[in-house]
Ligand binder design. Sequence first.
Ligand code: ZN
Length: 315
Amino acid sequence: MRGEPEDHKEFEARLKAYEGRPAAATGVGRDPVNEPMIRHWCEAMGDTNPAYTGPDAVAPPTMLQAWTMAGLTGRPERTAAYDELLRLLDESGHHAVVATDCEQEYFRPLRPGDEITFDSVIESVSRRKTTKLGAGYFVTTRTDIRAGGELAGTHRFRILKYSPRTYVPARTNAPARRPTRSEERRPRPVVNRDNAGFWEGVARRELLIQRCTGCGTLRFPWLPGCNRCGCVRWDTVAASGDGTVYSYVVVHHPPSPAFDPPYAVGLVELTEGVRIVSNVVEVPYGTVRIGMPVRLEFRRYDDELVLPVFRGVTS
Ligand code: ZN
């Protein structure tokens, strides 16, 4: 890229130096390749291929990574090199992360009884790329999976470490700066023919719940058909506006231009019985609790966006 600032090049050279270094300590599969895991996988995937059953069964190739997984309580043993690379990216402002894709290659089938070992390396760090999310670097790790010491397959996993896009003045070399409040706009809802009626209701300051005219079941969010009876005819009822916090999270991180953490996001159960995800407002985020009564309000965020939110009711 011509006209690229010198500091980018230097930084890229530092990142490149991590290529080829181990990303995780050598691992051993928790269990050898086995029939019960194969059967569960096939059931979950709906894969009835006869190659995966019977005395000559092989494991589905796409299970490759499953044999390396540490389970719910296990922790991947990342190396200092990988941690350092991520820290370098974090500290240079590329603190956001998104998994972009994975690729697998298969060299030999895995069969019940195969003992699994695996190694993971930092395969590549891309040059600085501009994406719709923001500018950043793609980091690819490659895990080589072996059975009895023989290479059975590779699993490549790619993430983008990026600096979330904020406001960049057009056609100047001025550095990006944090947008002012007036430039921050919340993401727009995606309005389609299946949910347009909901947003028309919001415009009238009504929170409309769909009701199946076949069986009377209420549903939210809006869907084209009834989950219970399959009927595609429906009408609506306006929510009374009362509800309770069924569950919630307080968002501290990551910062995003349109939001101002910390803030509480609640899964609100309406008295009608359906649940909606929305902000819990007008009470300190630290006081939001499961079971807290809430009351529907409509909040205007900018000249075109109005959203239903819930005011926490404290006794
Ligand atoms: Zn129904």
